[in-house]
Design a protein around this ligand. Structure first.
Ligand code: ADP
Length: 664
C-alpha cells in the first residue's frame, strides 16, 4: 500500500476483526478503539494497538466522533475504516475524517449524504432513469397529507423511515384504519433510532425478492458489479439468510440489474465498495430500494463466489489504486450461503436475548466453511449492541450442496447462555420453499418458528438414528415368543416432535427389525448398525435398497442431515404429561429494555389483544398485549423505566368483572 500504513477500525465485534484480518494480510498496522465493557473483547486483542474511548453509553462511545478522531490523530492513523453500523454511513464523520487529513474507507461524503436519506436517494435514482417502487417521498409530513398519499398509492402501504436502516422505523399499513397507528409507531421508532421522524411511503409488494448487487468503484472511473445476492429471507425486515448468486435469475436479468446498479453508482460519482438493493417482482420487474454506502454484513458470500477480498479492494481503492480487472474478468464460481446467528427468541417475535455466553462451540473449520464472529465463552451479550453473534458462511459447487453443508455446520454449533435462532435457521434451510429456491421476503412469515412439520418418511430414519445412538429407553423384553427365534422382543413408546407437531410412536424391536406404529400407520424396516456414531442404514420391509442416514445428536435433539434435513426432539411416554402447553404469562417482560409508552391505566378494562405498553430494546419496539380480557389492577412500571427480562410489568384480573384473579 502506498499511502495507508496504519489503519484505525472505528467499530467492534466480528466486523472489526474481519477488517483487521485483511489489514494484517496487507501488512498494515491496526488500531482498535473500545468502549469500557469491550476492554477484553476479541477485536481489542487482535489489534496492534487498542485505545479506550468514552461516551454517554457503550454504544455512544463508538459514535463519539471527537474521541475517535482524537485517537486517530494521536495514533497516527492514515485511514479509518468504519465497518458497518455506527458511523459507517455518517457523512459528517466522513467529512471530519477527511478534513483531519485521514483517508475515509468509503465513498465521498456527499454520496453518503445523498444515499443516506431514502427520500433523496429515490429522487436521485428516478432522475438517473433507475426504476423505483411507486410511492411518496415528499417534504410534506403532515399526517393528513401522508394518509392522502397512502390512499393514492393504494394499500397495503409500507411506511419507511427516510433515515432508516436495519429494518427499523418500517411498518406495513394494511388499510386506512391501520394507517395512523402504523405511522405513529414508524415515526417514534425512526426518531429514537435515527434522530429524525421523516418518513416515506411505498407501495408494499407482498410477493417480492430482495436482490442486491455488489459494486466496486475506484477513483479512476472504473465501476464494476461483482455479482448479485439474494437476501429475501428476513425477519423483522432484517436479513438472516443470504446467498450468492441469487438463484434462478436469467443471464439477461442479472446483467440488467448489474448495469442498473452501475448506472446508480455513476449518477452519484460513487467510489469504493457499495451495494444497490432492489426489489424483484415475480414478473422479473425490479425496483431500486436503496444504496448501502458501506461494506454489507453479507459481503462474505460475494467474496466466496468471486474469490475477491472486498475489504482488500476497499483499502486499495482508498489508497488510490485503480481496479486492475474488468467486468469480463469477474467470474463467479459455485454457490455461497450465509446464516446470521442472533441472540434472540424466535418464538417471542424474535426479541433479542441477553446474558453471558456460558459455552460457545464452532464446527471444525474446513474448506468451504467460514465463521465470522467475535464471541467466546464468557462474552456478555448486552442490550447495548446488535444481537448478531456470528455469521456462518459456506461455499460449495452447487446450491444444494451449500444448503446441506450449512445445515450440518449449524448443527455442530453450540451457543449457551442466551437463546439463539440456530434451530430456526436449520428449520428454514430444511423447508421445501427454501430448498426449491421459492424465495420471497415473507418466507419467514410463511414458515414461522415452532411451526415446522415433520414428514412421516423421516420417522423410520429418526428412530434408527436414536437406536444407533442408544437414546431410546428400552424396557425389559415383553415376552419371548415360543415359536420365534431366540431373539427377544422389546416394545417401547415415545414421542417425536418437530415444532408444534408430535407423533406418538410405538416401536417393537426384534433384533435389527423394527415395526413402528403411529396414528393409523405402520412401517416395518431393518437397521444396519454402524461402527461410528452419526451414521446408520435403513431398509424398508418391501424394499431392496439400504438408505444411509446421517445425523447429529445433541441433548434430546436429533438433527438428520441425510437422506433429508430435519430436526426432531424425542420424549418418552412417561413424560408426555409433563409437556404442559400452558400459555406464557403475558404480564412478564419478554425482554430486557425500556418502557417507552404506557397506553393503559390502573382500573382500565382491557380486551384481548389490547396494547398495554410498548417496550423497546436495541432500537426496536415491541408492544405488550393482553392475552385475554380483564381489568388492569396494578402497573409496576412507567414510561422511561429500564426493565429486565422476566420482570413483572402489571397484574390484571381476568373477565369483565375482574373476579377471576390472575397470578403474575
Ligand atoms: P433498511 O434500510 O431498513 O434495511 P430497506 O429499504 O432496505 O430498509 O428494506 C428492508 C426490507 O424491507 C427489504 O429487504 C424488503 O424485504 C422489505 N421492503 C422494502 N421495501 C418494500 C416494499 N416496497 N414492498 C415490500 N417489501 C419491501
Amino acid at each position: 500500500m502506498q499511502h495507508i500504513k496504519r489503519i484505525l477500525v472505528a467499530n467492534r465485534g466480528e466486523i472489526a476483526c474481519r477488517i483487521m484480518r485483511t489489514a494484517h494480510k496487507l501488512g498494515l498496522r491496526t488500531i482498535a478503539i473500545y468502549a469500557e465493557p469491550d476492554a477484553q473483547a476479541p477485536h481489542v486483542r487482535m489489534a496492534d494497538e487498542a485505545w479506550p474511548i468514552e461516551g454517554p453509553s457503550p454504544t455512544g462511545a463508538y459514535l463519539n466522533m471527537d474521541a475517535i478522531l482524537e485517537v486517530a490523530e494521536k495514533a497516527g492513523a492514515h485511514a479509518i475504516h468504519p465497518g458497518y453500523g455506527f458511523l459507517s454511513e455518517n457523512a459528517d464523520f466522513a467529512r471530519r475524517v477527511i478534513k483531519a487529513g485521514i483517508r475515509f474507507v468509503g465513498p465521498r461524503p456527499d454520496a453518503i449524504e445523498q444515499m443516506g436519506d431514502k427520500s433523496t436517494a429515490k429522487a436521485a435514482m428516478e432522475a438517473a432513469g433507475v426504476p423505483t417502487v411507486p410511492g411518496y417521498h415528499g417534504e410534506d409530513q403532515s399526517p393528513d397529507r401522508l394518509l392522502e398519499e397512502a390512499r393514492r398509492i393504494g394499500f397495503p402501504v409500507l411506511i419507511k423511515a427516510s433515515a432508516g436502516g436495519g429494518g427499523k422505523g418500517m411498518k406495513v399499513a394494511e388499510s386506512v384504519a391501520d394507517f395512523p397507528d402504523a405511522l405513529e409507531s414508524a415515526q417514534r421508532e425512526a426518531l429514537n433510532a435515527f434522530g429524525s421522524n421523516h418518513v416515506l411511503l411505498e407501495k408494499y409488494l407482498p410477493v417480492a425478492r430482495h436482490v442486491e448487487v455488489q459494486l466496486l468503484c475506484d477513483a479512476h472511473g472504473h465501476a464494476l458489479y461483482i455479482g448479485d445476492r439474494d437476501c429475501s429471507v428476513q425477519r423483522r425486515h432484517q436479513k438472516i439468510l443470504e446467498e450468492a448468486p441469487a438463484p434462478g435469475l436469467s443471464d439477461a436479468l442479472r446483467a440488467a440489474m448489474g448495469e442498473a446498479a452501475v448506472r446508480c453508482a455513476r449518477a452519484i460519482g460513487y467510489v469504493n465498495a457499495g451495494t444497490v438493493e432492489f426489489l424483484l417482482g415475480p414478473d422479473d420487474a425490479f425496483y431500486f430500494m436503496e444504496v448501502n454506502t458501506r461494506l454489507q454484513v453479507e459481503h462474505p458470500v460475494t467474496e466466496c463466489v468471486s474469490g475477491l477480498d472486498l475489504v482488500e479492494w476497499q483499502l486499495r481503492i482508498a489508497d488510490d489504486q485503480p481496479l486492475p480487472f474488468t467486468q469480463d474478468d469477474v467470474q463467479l464460481q459455485g454457490h455461497a450461503i450465509e446464516a446470521r446467528i442472533y441472540a434472540e427468541q424466535p418464538a417471542k417475535a424474535f426479541l433479542p436475548s441477553t446474558g453471558r455466553l456460558t459455552q460457545v462451540v464452532w464446527p471444525e473449520t474446513s474448506a468451504g466453511l467460514r465463521v465470522d464472529h467475535a464471541v467466546e465463552s464468557g462474552t456478555e451479550v448486552s442490550a447495548w449492541f446488535d444481537p448478531m453473534l456470528a455469521k456462518m458462511i459456506v461455499h460449495a459447487p452447487s446450491r444444494d450442496a451449500a444448503i446441506n453443508r450449512l445445515f450440518e455446520a449449524l448443527c455442530h454449533t453450540r451457543i449457551e447462555g442466551v437463546q439463539t435462532n440456530l434451530d430456526y435457521l436449520c428449520h428454514l434451510l430444511a423447508t421445501d420453499t427454501f430448498r426449491e429456491a421459492r424465495l420471497h421476503t415473507r418466507l419467514c412469515e410463511e414458515h414461522p418458528p415452532g411451526k415446522q412439520r415433520l414428514q412421516e418418511a423421516v420417522l423410520p430414519h429418526a428412530v434408527a438414528a436414536l437406536l444407533q445412538e442408544g437414546r431410546l429407553q428400552i424396557p425389559r423384553p415383553l415376552r419371548q415368543w415360543a415359536w420365534s427365534s431366540n431373539t427377544p422382543i422389546y416394545e417401547t413408546c415415545f414421542t417425536l416432535s418437530a415444532g408444534d407437531e408430535h407423533f406418538h410412536l410405538n416401536a417393537r424391536l426384534e433384533g435389527d427389525t423394527v415395526s413402528l406404529r403411529w396414528r393409523d400407520a405402520q412401517h416395518c424396516f431393518q437397521i444396519r448398525w454402524s461402527e461410528t456414531s452419526g451414521k446408520v442404514s435403513v431398509r424398508a420391509a418391501q424394499e431392496n435398497v439400504w438408505r444411509n442416514v446421517s445425523y447429529v445428536y445433541t441433548e434430546h435433539t436429533l438433527i438428520l442431515t441425510e437422506p433429508e434435513l430435519a430436526i426432531v426432539s424425542h420424549q418418552h411416554q412417561t413424560s408426555w404429561e409433563a409437556d404442559s402447553t400452558a400459555p406464557e404469562n403475558d404480564t412478564l417482560a419478554p425482554m430486557s429494555g425500556t418502557v417507552i409508552k404506557v397506553l393503559k391505566s390502573t382500573g382500565d378494562t382491557v380486551e384481548a389483544g389490547d396494547t398495554i405498553m410498548i417496550l423497546e430494546a436495541m432500537k426496536m419496539e415491541h408492544p405488550v398485549r393482553a392475552s385475554h380480557e380483564g381489568i388492569l389492577e396494578k402497573l409496576f412500571v412507567s414510561e422511561g423505566n429500564t426493565i429486565r427480562e422476566g420482570q413483572s410489568l402489571f397484574t390484571y384480573a381476568s373477565g369483565k368483572d375482574g373476579k377471576e384473579k390472575d397470578d403474575d
